[in-house]
Design a binder for this molecule. Sequence first.
Ligand SMILES: Nc1ncnc2c1ncn2[C@@H]1O[C@H](COP(=O)(O)OP(=O)(O)OP(=O)(O)O)[C@@H](O)[C@H]1O
Ligand SMILES: [Mg+2]
Length: 656
Amino acid sequence: MLAGLQSLTFEFGARIIVEDATWHIQPGERIGLIGYNGTGKSTLLKLLTGEYMPSAGTVERSRSTTIGYLHQDLLSFDTNESILQVALGAFERVLQLEKEIADLGHELERTGDEKTLHEYSDRLHEMDTLDGYTIHHRTEEVLQGLGFTNSDLQRPYREFSGGWRMRVLLAKMILQAPDLLLLDEPTNHLDLPSIEWLEKYLLHYQGSVVIVSHDKYFLNRMVTKIVELYQQQLHIYNGNFDFYEKEKAIRLDLQQKAFDNQQDYIRQQERFVERFKAKASKAAQAQSIQKRLDKLERIEEAELVRPNIRINFRVDKTPGRILVELKDLSKSFGEVNILNNASVEIDRGDKIALIGANGKGKSTLLRIIAGVESYEGDRKWGHNVEESFYAQHQLEALNMNNTIIDEMKECGSQQTELELRSLLGCFLFSGDDADKKIKILSGGEKARVALAKTIVSKANFLMLDEPTNHLDMHSCDLLIEALNKYEGSLILVSHDRYFIAKTANKIWEIDGQKVKEFKGGYEEWVEWKARMAKQEQQKKEIAEPAPAKKSNAEPAVVKKTEPEKKPVQTSQPVNKEHKKELQKMQRIFQQLEEKLAAAEQEKTRLEKSLGDPLTYSDKNKFQATEAAYQQASQDWHLLNKEYEKVFEKIMQLEQK
Ligand SMILES: Nc1ncnc2c1ncn2[C@@H]1O[C@H](COP(=O)(O)OP(=O)(O)OP(=O)(O)O)[C@@H](O)[C@H]1O
Ligand SMILES: [Mg+2]
């Protein structure tokens, strides 16, 4: 085991975050840590790193285990140091040695003292074993590998946008190569290409990885185990996110059945006790039943408790037909040109998603529209437009020393304290919660405060930069619903494909320093892009006939396809070997199908048995059955995976 928690309990004051939790992290595991906002995921990571101490139980970690931890609010880290220096921070000991060697060198020159000479040569030796003389070279190599150019390396960290800063910190971690990587919502600051880059990197990472994320696509691709923090308990699932969802539904269903059955049983026994307790011949029996009932471990009802935030964007006035007109807009940062004479307008009813890679200037354009960024050209507001801006890194825009209610008062909405408190109630800050300081809030809680601030103004035009960052999946769905109902217009930037697909009716793409408009939703845009890429390809092929190649220009679509589970038809394989292999796979496939059916049966049998009063009234039996059930589920899952693999193999063989 690399690290873990043993019967651990932790609380903030009276609030229990996690109770009696046990979780062992094995070498090479990739684990997704999930849970609703504010349940304590970041806190758990801080317990693992030793930043927080548990109030009971222990954090286990062998002394040699090294841990790398990527903070959730990495933007709170800011420095004038160059990115090279920041990344070099990975070699803390070497840097310290460099300094000590220089100091000792000076002293040696001065005194020629023998003790100093010993110390000096000790340090030199250590430097050598740590391969300390190559750190500059290695650091440059990794940074360049991550997409930084040579001239970037000396630029201050401060000048880079979120996605790039995150890469610097990641570079630092790669250089440290810890046994355990803890990543708190790493995709929040990345665009799609960087997310894909990160995926590839992590898939080949030698150590173990724990990822906190609210992004189910990312989790599905990255992890093989899910740990859910729910109601102060850790629930472990041996699979990816899809597996977790299915399995959780089954577990809840099981629990509910067991609960219902137990309730029936209890009622029946209670009736017996009630009827016979006064009757002499049966009183002893009734009493012993009562005792058994008192001792019975009660199964809880399987209700799913979810944080239902209530977002309701209201509009005060209707604006004119055109909200904003941008004409001949130009913007550059030093030598980087973002926009060059771009013209575009936002009309009433538009729900625009701005798309483009990190650094193309999505947030910059949004800030220009919002009037918080300088530019050349014209920006004209339409009639009666009342705008509200939800800035990226809104976490940092909040005043950390304010309480939540003070923060709301400062937006100057003219609403009374009572009205503001009731609005905060909709965002799950009820009663005393509204007096919490911003600085202790979790990522998702801060995002909720920022959202409440956006809503309070009743604006008819919203500018939203990464509004789903830090929100748990359920809250994200509620936000989508609210934006769909919203009568005003909006423009948003998001790296969440699902969110964009569900909210936008227009796509803007920053490309070649212009803004290209597409009148349609995200999925239509993806199809259109694919079509255009294909046409482009065909044109090329006509121009220079080449061996036919499969186009891989198709951008990822939100939908996910699952392999169909049906016997595979044989086509005409070309050679004997091939045919043999195919037949072999098909035999395996058939055997697997039978095994899978048997495993499914066993699982169902155990499931039934769990709901049987004879089982759950006997604690030992229940535990044994439950363990057997978990084993059966796991077997079933493994078989299923194998089944899918063989299926894919057959598909491949058939296509050859
Ligand atoms: N120092 C503190 N004192 C009191 N409460 C705190 C403190 N730090 C955090 N909390 C509270 O503990 C809870 C858990 O916080 P944590 O940041 O671990 O949540 P999280 O699961 O990471 O949430 P998110 O998904 O929003 O990032 C939150 O409700 C937070 O407000
Ligand atoms: Mg967190």
